[in-house]
Design a protein around this ligand. Sequence first.
Ligand code: THU
Length: 185
Amino acid sequence: METIGTMSKIIHLAQLGEADRQLLETARNASSHAYAPYSGFAVGAAVRTKSGRVYLGSNLENAAYGVVMCAEVGAVTAANTSGDLEIVTIAVVGHKFTSPQDHSQIVTPCGRCRQIISEAGEVAKTDIRVLSSNGDFSRILDSTILEMLPAAFGPGNLGMVEQWPKMRKELQTVVANLKAAHFPE
Ligand code: THU
């Protein structure tokens, strides 16, 4: 068994269950929608939530290089936008598609993405599984967000661990009240 650093393991596709294999496939499909004219590097991400639903993201670059959005941010945002942020697994697949093409390197979430995945894990009260792969699935890193970002800064540092479910309900009530005010039934 190969290791990266002190943690995690490199596994074969066949070691994964059907749902996780599909999640990787879905992430790679999402990489075909990358907007990556500057790097020529396409990344796709797919998250599966407790509900079993899957949400996708692909990287979105910009002529102002610094404002690039990673694939993982897109996928987590898509789940959040559907009110389904309780992520249990994220799959990330990347490859350089311009000449010379290269699909040999495992793509792990960048530091900012780890921070975002870490907070989603706090919301879900789950150590999110992170499957990071190269383009042809010959090298897959099977890890978790706690392994990838130990000692993370999070809602606990702001004393906010228990508040969110109650606040979320309030938010939904406020929006429902706003709607009722404009469209009384
Ligand atoms: N990228 C991602 O989308 N996710 C990662 O985890 C690593 C990097 C994107 C950002 C940029 O568009 C391209 O890959 C090269 O860095």
